[in-house]
Design a binder for this molecule. Structure first.
Ligand SMILES: C[C@H]1O[C@H](OP(=O)(O)OP(=O)(O)OC[C@H]2O[C@@H](n3cnc4c(=O)[nH]c(N)nc43)[C@H](O)[C@@H]2O)[C@@H](O)[C@@H](O)C1=O
Length: 320
């Protein structure tokens, strides 16, 4: 039986990846910050809570990471834990940069020292490219981070590449573009819009306040994106892959689609500059050609179909 450690197991991707690995017969160990403060709702929602072993670990502490790797002896480590909010990273630059880099270094040092055959997946991100010159983004595009979050992820990405090149470790990075689901945190745009719109339908709020709607992003479906994470670690050689839908849409199209579907007057959308970021990517989309041809990863979902799925699930669970 293969075993995997998932860091960030309590997040959207952590929960879906856990389900996928369990279906594939893995033993799954999840790292959580503490048994008291961690949000286990997503694992509970998918009925996975009693099928995984949850272990407390502060990933910024090397001795704890060493202990976890030597005790659990995983075949694969999926590193999804991070301070993952771009907007929060502008308020907490040092905390974001410190944690998102140190946690990766600790895990790779533990693997290098204890068992260099462990395969390591790093959650890299489209945010690394930031100031975009040519679209679509490919694995060879130049990085130019525009936020503390993006800086931390660029550094972590190159730490992984360096451990691959200099210590011969199996480190693979999935460069994921925005990907959504019902399990997305409520502070992220798509979830916020859908949840906010349903609140309006139920008379729980009057308006929805959002930031700059002229921005374009490449959005996908989280459940399909975690399949790519697993595929990355099944290849003979470690490498980096863009995981994206291949096209971008404006945030305005998303809000209008949701409001039209729920028959809400668009006058209830209020632009609030408090949700604007100091620096922002105006338009970005990625080419998933390499992932399709090398990993045989399939993706053909239209984002409006993804929105329909999330809206349906949100309605089903509303108020529960
Ligand atoms: C790939 C990347 O994907 C995610 O980061 P994100 O793109 O920041 O996600 P989001 O859903 O917060 O923003 C999407 C866009 O929407 C704009 N926007 C406008 N108005 C509001 C608004 O009212 N709220 C929010 N949250 N965003 C707004 C906002 O400025 C941005 O342009 C993380 O998983 C991250 O970890 C990651 O790696």
């Amino acid at each position: 039986m293969k075993s995997a450690i998932i860091t960030g197991i309590t997040g959207q991707d952590g929960a879906y990846l856990t389900r996928l690995l369990l279906e594939k017969g893995y033993k799954v160990v999840g790292l959580i910050r503490s048994h008291y403060g961690s949000n286990l709702n997503r694992l509970k929602y998918l009925g996975l809570l009693d099928r995984v072993e949850l272990v407390e670990c502060d990933q910024s502490d090397l001795s704890q990471v060493l202990n976890i790797i030597s005790t659990h002896k995983p075949n694969e480590v999926y590193n999804l834990a991070a301070q993952s909010s771009v907007s929060l990273s502008f308020q907490q630059p040092i905390g974001t940069i410190n944690f998102n880099i140190q946690s990766v270094l600790n895990m790779l040092e533990a693997i290098r020292l204890l068992n260099p055959s462990i395969r390591f997946y790093q959650a890299s991100t489209s945010e690394m490219f930031g100031k975009v010159n040519d679209l679509p983004i490919t694995e060879d595009s130049i990085v130019h981070p525009l936020s503390p979050y993006a800086i931390s992820k660029v550094t972590a990405h190159y730490v992984c590449i360096n451990y691959r090149e200099s210590y011969n470790l199996y480190t693979s990075c999935g460069i994921l573009f925005n990907h959504e689901s019902y399990l997305r945190g409520e502070n992220f745009f798509v979830k916020k819009v859908i949840k906010g719109a349903i609140d309006i339908v139920h008379g729980k709020r009057e308006v929805l306040e959002v930031g700059n709607l002229d921005i374009k992003r490449d959005f996908g479906w989280s459940e399909k994106y975690v399949e790519a994470m697993w595929l990355l670690l099944q290849q003979d050689k470690p490498d980096d892959y863009i995981i994206s839908s291949g096209k971008s849409i404006t945030l305005r199209e998303i809000v209008y689609y949701v409001f039209d579907k729920m028959k809400i007057d668009k006058g209830r959308i209020k632009i609030n500059s408090a949700f604007f970021r100091p620096t922002e990517i105006q338009d970005i989309y990625g080419s998933n050609k390499k992932a399709r041809s090398v990993l045989n990863w399939q993706y053909d979902m239209d984002f409006f179909d993804v929105l329909n799925l999330i809206i349906e699930e949100e309605y089903k669970n509303y108020g529960k």
